[in-house]
Design a protein around this ligand. Sequence first.
Ligand code: HEC
Ligand code: HEC
Length: 444
Amino acid sequence: MKRIPTFIALSFAATTLSADELPRALDPSDFFDVNIEWAAIGRNLFFDKALSGNDNISCATCHHPALGTGDGMALPLGEGGIGLGLQRVAGETNIPLERVPRNAPPLFNLGARDFDVFFHDGRMFRDRSAPFGIRLPKGNELERRMPTMLSAQNLLPLLNVEEMAGQPDENPVGRAVARNRLTGPGGAWDLIAKEIEGIDDYRNAFDWLIGADEPLHISHIGIALSSFIMYEFRAANTPFDRYLRGDDDALDAAQMRGMELFYGKAECSSCHSGPLMSDFEMHALALPQFGPGKKENADFPHADEGHMRTSGAYEDIYSFRTPMLRNVTLTAPYGHNGAFTTLEAMVRHHLNPLQSLGNFDRAQVLLHDVPSITDDWVALDTTGETFRIATAMSINPVPLNDAEVDDLLAFLDALTDPVALTGRLGIPVTVPSGLDIDMPQDQP
Ligand code: HEC
Ligand code: HEC
């Protein structure tokens, strides 16, 4: 009897997927080049509370590297809170009036050239007919052409009352935002740029990059922040990536089985497709709704109608962007509102969305305890609203057994890039404003 050489037998046993069923490997050319000097300034700005109206919150408060570039909670407690993650509490001044209505998304791989649909509901996207080629959320307009969409996006949290600007009676930026004075001299962006320019260490650092005579403009701040995010949070060297580059030993047996399911029977790759594992399209998965909502539908003020708010098309109701999945084991809780605290619950939701919606366990939702906020469960307690969500569901449920779910979870674990845990430039010890930096203490 002729014996098959073991290496051939092994490679046959390894996968039944053909090469064109798997995505191509990510390549450095898939990402924008990053200027490290801009990234270095951006790192300070990212952690510096001076960018907020009340000098009390930074980008990192909601996108902290120690919390998977999120805040570890379902819905953030924005401006006015104190502390990080689970330990964050409402402050005694500038008390937060509402939670932020959606989950703080992870910032991994946002420097990919093909990443061009922003926010959970895809309300910012590439559009040749829009000013400077970018369709921005209603009410926002750019002052200058920006080099990347990310650099433009990074200027938006600054204008958000709950996230960073603060209330009109609290500070000049909050006041400018309330009067809808965002752009131009004396507008919110101009006030922020002037404040940063007034800090010598920032001005000196920018002198090198823009010239000592060039006034600091908000666009420079956007370029610096985005350069940091692109440099720091790139995740392209996971076991799965090494497998795609030809390392047949990169995945263990369970991860291989999970990959087969993901790109086969479980149909995950019909939406989590391509090198970035997203089609960047909108789908309605019927996640349970809680929190303040978007206050746009008078009958259902606590609803969040997803992409319909942008497109105006009823077929887009409750649809949200397919998320990319690199580092997904680090980015709990999951979904556009952080409804599911465990990855398993999120995956199982896909398999039977309506059952998961009906049996939703609100006790597992991670929300900060804020006595002044009492409307968290209005949407979920409104039968009509949950019914609307259920009828809009558009995913094709695929039943899987427990062993298959375990294998899928093993595969998702193979999407973890260890560098993402340590960071590249890391968390600064101090920032130029001298304000304190949010640091993880005893995070779970
Ligand atoms: C109070 C918490 C909070 C703060 C502070 C905050 N963000 Fe966010 N960020 C969010 C939430 C929530 C979203 C999602 C909003 C949505 O999709 O509607 C988001 C979305 C984003 C996105 C889009 C990601 C994607 O997948 O489309 C980027 C990029 C981002 N934030 C960067 C920043 C930067 C840079 C700063 C500082 C200038 C910042 N954020 C400050 C909570 C915050
Ligand atoms: C019909 C398209 C579609 C299919 C098929 C699909 N997903 Fe998703 N997935 C989405 C969308 C859209 C979301 C975000 C939904 C939301 O937030 O409302 C999501 C969210 C997720 C999340 C949460 C990520 C995060 O950062 O919060 C994970 C994990 C996930 N999907 C894994 C899977 C797995 C595993 C499969 C296969 C069993 C799968 N998905 C099949 C569209 C899809």
